[in-house]
Design a protein around this ligand. Structure first.
Ligand code: GDP
Length: 297
């Protein structure tokens, strides 16, 4: 399970805190040092950890905490609050255009991150909400990717617009939007090509789409299992093309948690959903407060 090791370590620190009737400043500092180690071991970004501990410490070493009846409990609550803060405080919904206007969503990410699967998962969510999504196969480099989107679209009961591999992604996207206008679709989701590593061609292609089409939301799909790399990828995509939010996949795996805890703080962009498995129903909305509770165990 994700976060197991982090949860276990934090619970040990908290058990010690709770067992003490009163707390001295050095008790708090010692406990926070352990929290710091646990977060670093969970692969949370170093700067994020540093700021986090500083904030918690400033709040925890105060008269009202030290003099309270349950100081340990108060410190634990501060850690919880700040974890929620770190992940963005509130749940972020994907922004949609008002009324019958078509919302274009650009899905991007590195190959293998789970982009195509997630794109189909997301289309299913929109369909459940009564929207009419259209999936668009813009990955012209891997015929298997087009086929995969078609298979997944069919499973979700969501049509897939494809022009094969002989057209530029921008032109496919334009044609898809026209198709959506004519056929009453109100959400157009572009599944773009992923590469094994970030490269200029990939970015140029995405920038070209964004410059020529009214993309309302750009969503990056990253693999939680890759830890800090996921955070670096998010930062790079955000700098190059600008992203509105992130979907973190494979949180059902044995991930240490670093990506979930760092992405918002590093990029300023929220996590929107998390992938919890390979099935097309395994996509959950991301709630910072619930995630913090899960991490704290
Ligand atoms: P893409 O190259 O980014 O389009 O990646 P795919 O959508 O093809 O996914 C790559 C692999 O990751 C596939 O085997 C997916 O089933 C798997 N995958 C995607 N999302 C998740 C997830 O949330 N959990 C798990 N366990 N596997 C996932």
């Amino acid at each position: 399970m994700a976060f197991d090791s982090l949860t276990e370590k934090l619970q040990n620190v908290f058990k010690n805190l709770r067992s003490k009737g009163s707390l001295t400043e050095s008790d708090v500092k010692a406990a926070l040092k352990e929290v710091k180690m646990a977060l670093l071991e969970a692969d949370v970004n170093f700067k994020v950890v540093k700021n986090f501990i500083k904030t918690v410490q400033e709040r925890a070493i105060g008269q009202d905490v030290m003099n309270s009846l349950t100081p340990g409990q108060m410190v634990i609550k501060i850690v919880n609050d700040e974890l929620v803060n770190l992940m963005g405080d509130e749940t972020t919904e994907i922004s949609l255009k008002p009324g019958s206007e078509i919302t274009v969503i650009l899905m991007c990410g590195l190959q293998g991150a789970g982009k195509t699967t997630t794109t189909a998962k997301l289309a299913g969510k929109f369909k459940q909400k009564g929207k009419k999504p259209l999936l668009v196969a813009c990955d012209i480099y891997r015929p298997a990717a087009i086929e995969q989107l078609q298979v997944n679209g069919e499973k979700q009961g969501v049509p897939v617009f494809s022009m094969g591999s002989g057209h530029k992604p921008l032109n496919i996207a334009k044609a898809a939007i026209e198709h959506a206008e004519k056929n009453g679709f109100n959400i157009v989701i572009l599944d773009t090509a992923g590469r094994l590593h970030i490269d200029e061609d990939m970015m140029t292609e995405l920038v070209e789409i964004k410059e020529n089409i009214d993309v309302h939301q750009s969503i990056l799909v990253v693999d939680a299992m890759t830890g800090q790399d996921a955070v670096n990828v998010a930062e790079m995509f955000n700098n190059k093309i600008g992203i509105d939010g992130v979907i973190l996949t494979k949180l059902d795996g044995d991930t240490r948690g670093g990506a979930a805890l760092s992405i918002r703080a590093v990029t300023g962009r929220p996590i929107l959903y998390v992938g919890m498995g390979e099935k097309l129903s395994d996509l959950e909305q991301f709630h910072p407060d619930r995630m913090a509770s899960r991490i704290l165990g």
